[in-house]
Design a protein around this ligand. Structure first.
Ligand code: NAD
Ligand code: DAU
Length: 353
């Protein structure tokens, strides 16, 4: 089986659904269910024989040791994190606790587990550390895209915490031999993204006829990666990636924030005629320390592992808007707080922690 951390979040839930749809090994999902964890994301797996859920903290050493001893995963896909830049500016402590301390605890526990495996299992074991392109800092308009050798220059408390986690992951590989692989990907989009992030927030505001807040001049550039493409890249790296290596993952879709917001508005104009949604755009105060541009050079993963993104941004954004239109209950449950009520606890029959 594999252990996935943060599986109730945006990318984690897509990864688990995708993994089990491919008839791969069973999954143990360890998630604390913070505000960002939506139990309903994996509702469809409630009675799936290959899915187990444990509510817990990646920083809980006793829990980690018990889970690893009992379930003996052949890989850990580490996605649990505090993930929102604006929240890291408002209050960095949870970012330090989960992204730095939590990741380090997970590395320690993984090392303990891995060092007790028989040689063949130890050789096949992987710790996949899912990181971000934000660790590389900000690019100018004409700078070459981030390659794997680009220096780390994190600018926000979020990216500093992720950079720190990456350094610890690297150290556990270099010093202790733990077979760690790190991936650095660009901005994901798609179904089930928490509506604090640009794309779901804009869709939600536009549908409600509320202003669409664009930070500063809106000409900051991000590379957009459909979450399904990210999941296929993670599977590829898990299957073929070399321990000790890092791989950049991108969507080959650089867009300014204004271009993204206009693209959403165009889809909504068709789907909900009667309003020109772009008229709701409002420029608001910029984010402190706002990175100007991210871009991914994906030649390493393309040439060494044969992976490239499949979803074109125009189609991906159309599908994403349609998903939010068809799943207004999902967003409503977040805004009402109902998604946190009746959140599942661990199933004690299935583990001993
Ligand atoms: P998310 O915020 O949607 O989900 C995070 C999940 O982690 C939630 O389910 C939450 O409950 C869980 N979690 C938080 N703290 C925990 C803890 N201490 N113990 C156990 N579980 C905990 O995040 P996401 O957007 O799905 O991102 C997943 C990973 O991918 C993160 O590591 C993030 O840094 C990275 N990443 C995200 C993007 C993106 O665009 N979303 C891009 C690059 C990298
Ligand atoms: O690049 C990868 C990163 O992408 C991930 O590591 C992070 O976890 C993820 O949250 C995302 O970070 P960003 O800060 O780029 O995403 P966000 O959706 O918050 O913002 C995208 C851009 O849109 C950014 O330039 C800020 C801007 N923005 C955001 C919001 C929420 C606005 O203009 N208005 C908004 O209301």
């Amino acid at each position: 089986m594999i252990l996935v951390t943060g599986g109730c979040g945006f990318i984690g839930s897509a990864f688990i659904l995708d993994w089990l749809a491919q008839d791969r090994e069973p999954v143990l999902n360890l998630d604390l269910l913070t505000y960002a964890g939506h139990p309903g994301n994996l509702q469809a797996l409630q009675s799936h024989s290959g899915y187990r859920f444990v509510r817990g903290d990646i920083g809980d050493q006793a829990l980690l040791a018990a889970l690893l001893r009992e379930h003996r995963p052949r890989a850990i896909v580490h996605l649990a994190a505090e993930s929102h830049v604006d929240r890291s500016i408002a209050g960095p402590d949870p970012f330090i606790q989960t992204n730095v301390v939590g990741t380090t605890r997970l590395l320690q526990a993984a090392h303990g587990h891995w060092s007790r495996l028989p040689p063949a299992e130890a050789a096949a074991f992987r710790f996949l550390n899912v990181s971000t392109d934000e660790v590389f800092g900000s690019l100018g308009a004409d700078d070459p895209a981030f390659s794997e050798t680009h220096p780390y220059r994190p600018n926000s408390p979020y990216s500093a915490s992720k950079a720190s986690a990456d350094h610890f992951a690297r150290a556990w590989c270099h010093t202790f031999g733990l077979p760690v692989i790190t991936t650095n990907c660009s901005n994901n989009y798609g179904p089930r993204q928490f509506p604090e992030k640009l794309i779901p927030l804009v869709i939600h505001h536009a549908l409600a006829g509320r202003p669409l807040p664009v930070y500063g001049d809106g000409l900051q550039v991000r590379d957009w990666l459909h979450v399904n493409d990210h999941c296929s890249a993670l599977r590829t790296v898990l299957d073929q990636g070399r321990p000790g290596e890092t791989y950049n993952i991108g969507g080959r879709s650089e867009r300014t924030n204004l271009e993204v917001v206009h693209a959403i508005c165009r889809v909504l104009d068709e789907a909900r005629p009667g309003r020109r949604h772009a008229e709701l755009i409002r420029h608001v105060d910029d984010r402190c320390g706002h990175d100007r541009r991210y871009a991914i050079d994906d030649r390493k993963i393309a040439s060494q592992l044969g992976w490239k993104p499949a979803v074109a941004f125009e189609q991906g954004i159309r599908d994403t808007v349609q998903w939010y239109l068809a799943n207004s209950d999902w967003v409503a449950s977040i805004h009402s707080g109902a998604y946190r009520q009746g959140a599942p606890q661990s199933n004690p029959a299935r583990h001993s922690a």
